[in-house]
Design a protein around this ligand. Structure first.
Ligand code: C5P
Length: 237
C-alpha cells in the first residue's frame, strides 16, 4: 500500500506549483502526480524541480501509441528518475510489454513502477458501450484490461476503487490498484463518475489513492491533505 495520498498537481506552470507547495511544511515528503497539463507546459525540468524538494513522482502521461514509439518514449522517461509512470491498457499487450522494456533499458538503478489505465474514472458504463462499442459491462472491461496488464508484467492498474476487489480476484492481491476519483465529500464529484471517499477506498482494497481538486482547489490544502491522509492510512486509529 502506498501510504501517502498521491496529490495530482494539475496546474499549468511551475509558479503555480511553487505557490501550492508553499502551503506544505518544508520537511513533509509528498508523493505527487505530474500529468500532461503540467508536463507539456513545463517540460521534463519540472520533474528535476520536484525531486529537489524530495518528493516522489508519479508521471501520469498515459502513453498510447505503437509499441516501438512507446518503448523509445519510455526509455527517455526512465532517465527522469520518477517512481511510477503509466500507459493505456487499450494500447494492447505488445505495447505494454514494449513500455516495460523501454523503462528497464533506461539505465536507472531502480526501474519505475509501470501501471496501465483501464477505463478512465470519468467514463460511465453507457458511454463506454456506446462510444467504444464494448458490449461487456464496465467491470468486465476493467478486469479484462487488468489481466492483460498483469500478463504484460506491469505492476498494476489505474482504476476506480470500486473495481479494486474484482481486480485483485482476477490478478493477485499485491497487483497495484491506483485509484483516482476520490472525494472526501461525495457531494462534489465534478467530472468524475466512479467516486468514493478515502476511507471506503481503503476498505474496498485500493492500494493507492490519487487526489486532485479536493486538495489543490481548497482554501487550506495542507489541512485537507492531512485529513485525507489520516482517513486513508488509518493513522491515529
Ligand atoms: O481532481 P481529481 O481528484 O478529480 O483528479 C484526479 C486526477 O487523476 C487527475 O489528474 C486525472 O487526470 C487523474 N486520472 C483520473 N482517472 C484515471 C486516470 C487518471 O482521474 N483513470
Amino acid at each position: 500500500m502506498i501510504k501517502r495520498p498521491i496529490i495530482a498537481l494539475d496546474f499549468s506552470s511551475k509558479q503555480e506549483i511553487e505557490n501550492f507547495l508553499l502551503k506544505f511544511p518544508e520537511a513533509e515528503s509528498l508523493y505527487v502526480k505530474v500529468g500532461m497539463e503540467l508536463f507539456y507546459q513545463e517540460g521534463p525540468d519540472i520533474i528535476a524541480f520536484l525531486k529537489d524538494y524530495g518528493h516522489d513522482i508519479f508521471l501520469d502521461l498515459k502513453l498510447h501509441d505503437i509499441p516501438n514509439t512507446v518503448e523509445n518514449a519510455m526509455k527517455g522517461l526512465a532517465k527522469l528518475g520518477v517512481s511510477m509512470t503509466n500507459v493505456h491498457a487499450s494500447g494492447g499487450k505488445t505495447m505494454m510489454e514494449a513500455a516495460k522494456l523501454g523503462l528497464e533499458s533506461g539505465g536507472q538503478k531502480t526501474c519505475p513502477q509501470l501501471i496501465a489505465v483501464t477505463q478512465l474514472t470519468s467514463t460511465g458504463e453507457k458511454q463506454m458501450q456506446e462510444e467504444q462499442l464494448i458490449k461487456s459491462s464496465l467491470i468486465d472491461s476493467v478486469c479484462h484490461y487488468a489481466v492483460l496488464a498483469k500478463e504484460s508484467t506491469l505492476d498494476g492498474v489505474v482504476c476506480s476503487a470500486l473495481e479494486a476487489k474484482a481486480i485483485h480476484q482476477v490478478t493477485t492481491p499485491d497487483f497495484l490498484c491506483v485509484t483516482p476519483g476520490i472525494r472526501p465529500n461525495l457531494g462534489k464529484v465534478q467530472d468524475q463518475k466512479r467516486v468514493v471517499t478515502p476511507k471506503i477506498a481503503r476498505e474496498i482494497g485500493a492500494n493507492a489513492i490519487v487526489v486532485g481538486r479536493p486538495i489543490t482547489k481548497v482554501v487550506d490544502p495542507y489541512h485537507a491533505y492531512q485529513r485525507i491522509k489520516q482517513e486513508w492510512s488509518q493513522e491515529n486509529e
